[in-house]
Structure formats: structure tokens, C-alpha cells
Design a protein around this ligand. Structure first.
Ligand code: COA
Length: 186
């Protein structure tokens, strides 16, 4: 059992859905919705889920898996479904599925699923412990396990990249730029 002073909270306790109409003010010069608008909405949902689970103010620490697969159009209804997937000691991972619906045709497209890591903070601004997560369904358990794997792989990638960067000597690697779409100007 987790060593915690908090009672576990169910995933459904903090599940949050935000639906917003995509108005022309959100569009870029190409007439599609700005990626930044969607990111801002995702951050709000992540905050709502995390703060509800933690019962504390939370901050965004990192974001994984932001790949916009299809453009979102003006006039579509975007729904963002957020759910706490994983909790550590002071951090939480909120999974957010984003769908966009054309209200005239009824066509619904899945634009992306992203994972926000949030940290709960106390009054002094220090990371503070969050309640354990009560996994009531096999899907809850699968998402928790997937988040553990993502965390493990991210740490491994980070370590691998740090090692590679430390070992990378500029002069020895310049040849790798040949054939790339860049011009060396020094
Ligand atoms: C995130 C932050 C609280 C970490 O502070 P810290 O003193 O390093 O605290 P800790 O090392 O105890 O880490 C706290 C938790 O954050 C997690 N964490 C820290 N950096 C992380 C990262 N890059 N990715 C994912 N999780 C991270 C730790 O794993 C830990 O989780 P756990 O308690 O569940 O094990 C601090 O860096 C911060 O306040 N950052 C600014 C966040 C912010 O203001 N965001 C808004 C956007 S401007």
C-alpha cells in the first residue's frame, strides 16, 4: 500500500470534459485553429483534473505526445476529456483526449491525445503529496501502467540523449550535416 496520509481518490472523481466552440478569433492565417489555442485549452483541463484530484493548486511541469493529426476548423465543437492516469508522490499525469465535431455533418475526428505532468504545490509553493489513485476499472489500471512505462522510457531517453550530447564533438560530427537542408556559414 502507498505510504500516504491521504485517502485514495477515484479516477472518476476528477474526470473533466471541456467543450468549446472554435470561433474565427482562434484561427491562423490558413483558416485553421491555432495549435496554441488547443494547447491552452488542454492546459486548463489538465489543471482542473489535477487540482481536483490533489485538492491543491497545481503547476504544469511537462507535456508529452502533442501531435496534431488533423487540423481543427472554425465552427467545430472541440471537446477535451481529461482524466488522471497516474500519480506519483507530488506529481500527477493527466491524459487528455481531444476530439473535434462538425455539428452539421456529425463527423467526429480525434485530433490528439496528450499527457500533462502536473505537480501539486502547498501554500509555501513547495511540492506537496497528492492522494493515491483508486483504480476502479481495468482501463484505469491500463492507463496507470502505460503512464509508468512512459515515465520509464522518458527517463531512459533523457539519459541516453544526455550521454550522446556529452560525447558529441562538433568537429567529428560536422560530416553528418552533408545532405541536410542547411548551409554551414562558419
Ligand atoms: C516542477 C517543480 C515543482 C519541481 O520542483 P523540485 O524542487 O525539483 O521538486 P522535486 O524534485 O521534488 O519534484 C517534484 C515532482 O515533480 C516531478 N518532476 C520534476 N521534474 C519533472 C519533469 N521534467 N517531468 C516530469 N516530472 C517531473 C518529480 O518526479 C516529482 O514527482 P513525484 O513527487 O511524484 O516523485 C519545479 O521545477 C517548478 O515549480 N517548476 C515550474 C512549474 C511551473 O511554474 N509551471 C507553469 C509553467 S510556467
Amino acid at each position: 500500500m502507498p505510504d500516504s496520509t491521504h485517502a485514495p481518490r477515484a479516477v472518476r472523481h476528477s474526470q473533466t470534459t471541456l467543450t468549446e466552440l472554435m470561433i474565427p478569433a482562434y484561427a491562423n492565417f490558413g483558416g485553421k485553429i491555432h495549435g496554441g489555442t488547443l494547447l491552452s485549452l488542454m492546459d486548463k483541463v489538465a489543471y482542473a483534473c489535477a487540482a481536483k484530484h490533489a485538492g491543491e493548486y497545481c503547476v504544469t511541469v511537462s507535456v508529452d505526445g502533442v501531435n496534431f493529426r488533423q487540423p481543427v476548423e472554425v465552427g467545430e465543437l472541440v471537446s477535451l476529456m481529461g482524466s488522471v492516469n497516474y500519480v506519483g508522490r507530488t506529481s500527477l499525469v493527466v491524459g487528455i483526449k481531444v476530439i473535434a465535431e462538425n455539428v452539421k455533418t456529425g463527423v467526429v475526428k480525434h485530433t490528439n491525445t496528450s499527457y500533462f505532468t502536473m505537480v501539486a504545490k502547498n501554500e509555501a509553493g513547495e511540492p506537496t503529496e497528492v492522494p493515491p489513485l483508486l483504480l476502479e476499472t481495468p482501463d484505469d489500471a491500463r492507463r496507470f501502467l502505460e503512464a509508468m512505462k512512459r515515465k520509464e522510457l522518458r527517463a531512459a531517453y533523457s539519459q541516453h540523449f544526455d550521454n550522446a550530447r556529452t560525447a558529441m564533438l562538433l568537429q567529428e560530427n560536422m560530416a553528418a550535416l552533408a545532405g541536410e537542408r542547411c548551409v554551414v556559414g562558419f
